[in-house]
Design a protein around this ligand. Structure first.
Ligand code: HEC
Length: 192
C-alpha cells in the first residue's frame, strides 16, 4: 500500500515534471504538484501512525514520527525534485523543523486566517521567492490537528508517553493542542 502509493505518485510527478516543463509550468501546475506530494506524504504517514498505535500504543508509535516522517519527506524529495518538509510555530523537533523567516510569516498568516474564520483544512499559501540561486517556488499547506494526533500532541499526556517524548525531545513545544488547531504546515519548494 505504502510502496504503491509512493511509486504511483512518483510516476505521475515524473511525467508532469520533465525539466523543460518546469520552466514553463504555471503557478497552478506547481500548486497542483505540491498538493499531490503532500497528499502522498500525509496519507503514508497517517497510515504508518495508525498502524503503529494500533499494534503497540502511542509510546511505541513515537518512533514512527521520529524515524518515518523525515524518511518519507527525504524519499519524496528525492523522487520529485521538490524539497519536502514540515514546520510549525511550536516544534517538537526544532533541529529539523524550525521555520525560516518566510515560513514563520506564512505560519502566522495561517493563524490569523483561522482566527478570521477560515477552515485550516486545505489552507495554503504559495509564492515565488528570489534567492541567491535564482527564483524558487514555495508552497505551504496547513496541517489541522485531528483526534489521532492528540495521543502525542494533546493535553495531559500519559506519564509514560510524556517521559518518552521528554527523552527524545527535551525542548518539545508541540503539546497542548486541540482538534482543529493548526499543528503546523507542510512546506515545499522547487527551483524554477
Ligand atoms: C505517536 C506519537 C505521535 C502522533 C500520534 C502524532 N505525532 Fe506528530 N510528531 C511526533 C514526533 C515524535 C514528532 C517529531 C518528528 C521529527 O523528529 O521530525 C512529531 C512531529 C510533528 C510535526 C513536525 C513539526 C514539529 O513539531 O517538529 C508535525 C507537523 C506533526 N507532528 C503533526 C502531527 C499530526 C497532524 C498528527 C496527527 C495526524 C500527529 N503529528 C500525530 C509524534 C506524534
Amino acid at each position: 500500500m505504502t510502496k504503491s502509493l509512493l511509486a504511483g505518485s512518483a510516476l505521475a510527478l515524473a511525467a508532469a515534471g520533465a525539466t523543460s516543463m518546469y520552466a514553463m509550468a504555471t503557478t497552478q501546475d506547481d500548486a497542483d504538484q505540491a498538493r499531490g506530494i503532500i497528499k502522498t506524504f500525509a496519507t503514508t504517514l497517517q497510515g504508518e501512525l495508525k498502524g503503529a498505535i494500533k499494534s503497540g500504543g502511542p509510546v511505541n508509535a513515537v518512533w514512527v514520527c521520529e524515524e518515518k516522517a523525515p524518511a518519507i519527506a527525504a524519499q519524496l524529495s528525492e523522487q520529485t525534485g521538490w524539497d519536502v518538509g514540515r514546520t510549525s510555530l511550536k516544534t517538537r523537533n526544532a533541529a529539523l523543523n524550525t521555520p525560516d523567516a518566510w515560513e514563520q510569516t506564512v505560519l502566522e498568516q495561517f493563524e490569523s486566517r483561522k482566527a478570521n474564520g477560515e477552515s485550516p483544512k486545505g489552507m495554503s499559501y504559495a509564492s515565488v521567492v528570489e534567492t541567491d540561486g535564482g527564483k524558487v517556488y514555495r508552497y505551504m499547506q496547513a496541517i489541522p490537528t485531528q483526534q489521532v494526533c492528540l495521543a502525542c500532541h494533546g493535553k495531559d499526556l500519559p506519564p509514560d508517553l510524556a517521559a518518552a517524548l521528554d527523552k527524545a525531545y527535551p525542548e518539545d513545544q508541540a503539546r497542548g493542542y486541540s482538534v482543529g488547531d493548526i499543528r503546523g504546515a507542510f512546506t515545499l519548494s522547487k527551483p524554477l
